[in-house]
Design a protein around this ligand. Structure first.
Ligand SMILES: *[C@@H]1O[C@H](CO)[C@@H](O)[C@H](O)[C@H]1NC(C)=O
Ligand SMILES: *[C@@H]1O[C@H](CO)[C@@H](O)[C@H](O)[C@H]1NC(C)=O
Ligand SMILES: *[C@@H]1O[C@H](CO)[C@@H](O)[C@H](O)[C@H]1NC(C)=O
Ligand SMILES: *[C@@H]1O[C@H](CO)[C@@H](O)[C@H](O)[C@H]1NC(C)=O
Length: 499
């Protein structure tokens, strides 16, 4: 009898042990997947593999991601990439217009003239005291000794923030993406949390963290700007601005930040440091101090320490380059009952056109360029009624000829805005985690672009003269013999207002 019992219990125990082990495993798997879900909703929603590239031969930009030094080579510097729409775009004559010779006061910053040779040792350089974490600097007046951020600052001109072919640009972006962060403090002002991060060579970047899932849509019923600033929108804005040939948005890259190592442990900002905590699922979170959205309900959390963010190159300090902000004549109304002036006055454009500073120079067409960029960028489709109806049917639109021709170029199948944007965004380090803009967003760019072109066309039909709609900014370039070939080419089939 005992013998039988023992023979029975042994397999039963084994079975029980197996069962319990299996249950534990199951529990572990479930809790792991739950943990992962709380940590990284992105990977659960977006498949990582399909990053549709316009051309199968186009694997070079991704290969470049492996080697940080190669991240931003490629179309940025238009080195050989096989067949690439982006590279082809940047080689198009509209993107290689000879630059206007810069006058003395066209540059934002000027390096002070050298002191008399007799007064100063010619080998003199500015050597800083070595501070914690910062490199000793050995800058002299030869450009090669300047760090990339300083070359970027010194290159800013009246017409553009950077030259598309300047080798300092890829160097600057590599710095933003890879250099060690030695300091992170809050930037005051603004409604949402931003940090200023510093690099060992004294370069600085503006940090904006990922606050919501990339694909999350804004509630269209919200009246004020309750939309969170999106880190991927910051990155996409830089790429779009460059693709449109405006070059008025400072370089922005995506970067995976270690919240503990690159913010919490190095910050000297006590107010920021006080807001760190570990969430119940073990993620490192913080919320900082600002006028809105800086509260535990709007905490920014790592996964458990990894946090996606955008890092934008900082513009020169306000003390060196004071700014003036202008009210946008077409700003939205912030009153729930009153319409903005432009929504009521049918001749509003005519009025603005006669008012300083819009009555001379390129200010008005700059504003239109900016509006087109905003319109193409808007995250919600709904926005475009808000932003573009402003030009209505009865008022007018004035658009730079170069802008108009570039928009038309980007509507052609051989360039197509969504294709060049998709390609351009794969150059960002964060693209290896998930596409920075989802397909619907990319396709929306094409749709909005055709809306813009449609509006211009309607305006042309309502005006007898080309000059009423198209602002000729190319004639300055066309005096140049190189550009006369361009004029001939573009005046054949690329000037739709002639047809
Ligand atoms: C500036 O410094 C670099 C190295 O840091 C050196 O090669 C160069 O000769 C220096 N130029 C002048 C004008 O001192
Ligand atoms: C982030 O930094 C902390 C502190 O240095 C370190 O313990 C942790 O392993 C890092 N996380 C990752 C994902 O590297
Ligand atoms: C402008 O004209 C188009 C068609 O001609 C029309 O559908 C649209 O409603 C008009 N928009 C405004 C603001 O009048
Ligand atoms: C103009 O078009 C011709 C052929 O149509 C081409 O060979 C030439 O390079 C073009 N010129 C420019 C400046 O694009």
């Amino acid at each position: 009898m005992r013998h039988i019992m023992r023979r029975f219990t042994r397999p039963a125990c084994l079975l029980l042990a197996c069962l319990s082990l299996a249950l534990h495993l199951l529990l572990a798997v479930i809790s792991l997947s739950v943990l992962q879900l709380t940590c990284d909703p992105l990977s659960a929603i977006t498949p990582k593999a399909p990053r549709i590239l316009p051309d199968a031969g186009l694997t070079t930009p991704r290969a470049g991601l492996v080697n940080p030094a190669g991240v931003f080579s490629g179309p940025l510097t238009s080195s050989g990439l096989g067949h690439s729409k982006l590279a082809a775009l940047f080689e198009h004559p509209l993107y290689t217009l000879p630059r206007l010779a810069l006058q003395e006061d066209d540059r934002l910053l000027r390096v002070k003239a050298r002191l008399q040779a007799s007064e100063v040792d010619s080998s003199q350089e500015w050597v800083s005291d070595t501070e914690d974490g910062y490199d000793a600097t050995h800058w002299n007046d030869s450009v090669e000794s300047h760090p990339a951020w300083l070359r970027f600052h010194l290159g800013i001109s009246r017409w553009e923030l950077y030259d598309g072919r300047d080798p300092a640009l890829p160097a600057l972006m590599e710095q933003l993406a890879t250099h060690r962060i030695v300091s992170a403090v809050q930037k005051t002002g603004g409604t949402q949390l931003k940090l200023v991060m510093s690099f060992p060579n004294y370069g600085q970047a503006l940090f904006k963290p990922m606050k919501q899932d990339r694909n999350e849509e804004t509630n269209p019923n919200l009246f004020y700007f309750s939309d969170f600033e999106r880190h991927n929108a910051e990155i996409a804005a830089f790429h779009l601005d460059r693709v449109l040939g405006f070059r008025r948005i400072p370089p922005v890259v995506g970067r995976l930040i270690n919240v503990t190592k690159e913010i919490k442990h190095i910050t000297t900002d006590r107010k920021l440091a006080r807001t760190f905590y570990t969430s119940p699922v073990g993620n490192v979170c913080f919320y900082g101090q600002c006028s809105y959205y800086c509260s535990p309900e709007h905490a920014i959390c790592g996964c458990p320490t990894n946090l996606e963010a955008s890092l934008a190159a900082m513009l020169p300090d306000l003390s060196l380059a004071p700014r003036r902000s202008w009210r946008n004549p077409w700003r939205r109304s912030y009153s729930r009952s009153k319409l903005a002036q432009w929504e009521k006055d049918p001749d509003f454009c005519g009025t603005v056109k006669k008012t300083l500073p819009y009555n001379k120079g390129t200010r008005l067409v700059d504003l239109i360029d900016m509006t087109i960029l905003d319109f193409l960028m808007s995250n919600m489709d709904r926005h475009h009624y808000e932003t573009f109806e402003k030009f209505g049917n009865d008022t007018f639109i004035l658009i730079r000829r170069s802008t108009f021709l570039r928009l038309r170029l980007l509507s052609l199948p051989q360039f197509r805005l969504s294709d060049v944007m998709r390609e351009s965004l794969t150059l960002d380090p964060l693209a290896s985690m998930a596409p920075l803009l989802s397909e619907p967003h990319l396709i929306a760019l094409d749709r909005r672009l055709s809306t813009v072109l449609q509006v211009v066309k309607q305006c042309q039909q309502q005006h007898s003269t080309v000059e009423a709609v198209i602002f000729d900014d190319l004639s300055a370039h066309i005096a140049n013999s190189f550009a006369s070939g361009l004029q001939k080419n573009t005046s054949n089939d690329q000037e739709p207002w002639r047809s």
